[in-house]
Design a binder for this molecule. Structure first.
Ligand code: FEO
Length: 172
């Protein structure tokens, strides 16, 4: 059985994952408006992936006979100075999420809750991928941000991201 403290922490993580989806959907809307359909597509898939993460926590709490409780989502930012600024914010956000997952894993250890520790291992690995994939785009954007042709090409490239690739990266 999950402890009260653990149920609360896992519920908080549902909120954090849904908030991630909200942030990436806001970034997708910003990119669509700024005429970067490829970046918009990439962020939209990222938002879907985050919904998948939230549902993994949701299902896990129920499987362990805990009570899922949904709470209010903070509004995301709605615009960024440049595509680079948006992806840099996404990277900072993923680093924040990695920190949260680490804290959850520490709590599971502290409570000798090995089932939750095992469940969280997937997320520990996933965060390494999440940070790396966003950082790769940040590095590309740093190279091309002052060259419209480069931005156009990168937008095209990110528009190729497929749901299957997103799934490999962790979406349900
Ligand atoms: Fe659910 Fe992007 O971490």
């Amino acid at each position: 059985m999950l402890s009260e403290r653990m149920v609360k922490a896992l519920n908080d993580q549902i909120n954090a994952e849904l908030h991630s989806a909200y942030i990436y959907l806001a970034m997708s809307a910003y990119f669509a408006d700024a005429n970067f359909p490829g970046f918009a597509h990439w962020m939209r898939l990222q938002a879907q992936e985050e919904l998948g993460h939230a549902m993994k926590f949701y299902d896990y709490i129920i499987e362990r006979r805990g009570r899922v409780q949904l709470t209010a989502l903070e509004a995301p930012a709605t615009s960024w100075e440049t595509p680079l600024a948006a992806f840099e914010d996404a990277l900072k956000h993923e680093q924040y999420i990695s920190g949260r997952i680490n804290k959850l894993a520490s709590l599971a250890l502290e409570e000798h809750d090995h089932a939750t520790g095992s469940f969280l291992k997937w997320f520990v690995d996933e965060q390494v991928e999440e940070e790396a994939s966003v950082d790769a785009v940040v590095q590309d954007l740093k190279r091309v941000q002052d060259y419209p042709a480069g931005l156009f090409m990168l937008d095209r490239e990110l528009g190729q991201r497929t749901p299957a690739a997103a799934e490999e990266a962790g979406a349900e």
